[in-house]
Design a protein around this ligand. Structure first.
Ligand SMILES: [Zn+2]
Length: 91
């Protein structure tokens, strides 16, 4: 890989949840990410979708894991809220 190409694939993230300039074409690509929580070298871009609500996420595996865990926690919370409402006699 040429130095120029290496530079082009370097993505700077402002925080640990946002990587700019990603598109579907980047899926499967390996990028280097400099984020506030660390330096991700050869991070692969993946696309995942939430089985509960279908929301899609495009980013590194590290962030995809956060997306999945975040949605799981959110939907569990939501379900718990629904059950609470039912226990109180429904809406
Ligand atoms: Zn979801």
């Amino acid at each position: 890989m040429s130095e120029e190409e290496e530079e082009r694939k370097r993505v700077k993230a402002d925080d640990d949840s946002e990587i700019e300039d990603l598109s579907e074409e980047d899926i499967g690509n390996y990028i280097t990410v400099i984020a506030t929580d660390g330096y991700y070298k050869q991070a692969q871009i993946v696309k995942v979708s939430c089985p509960a609500c279908g929301e899609e996420f495009l980013g590194t595996k590290r962030h995809a894991g956060g997306f999945i865990a975040g949605h799981r926690a959110y939907h569990e919370f939501e379900n718990a809220q629904d059950m609470r409402v039912e226990q109180m006699g429904g809406i």
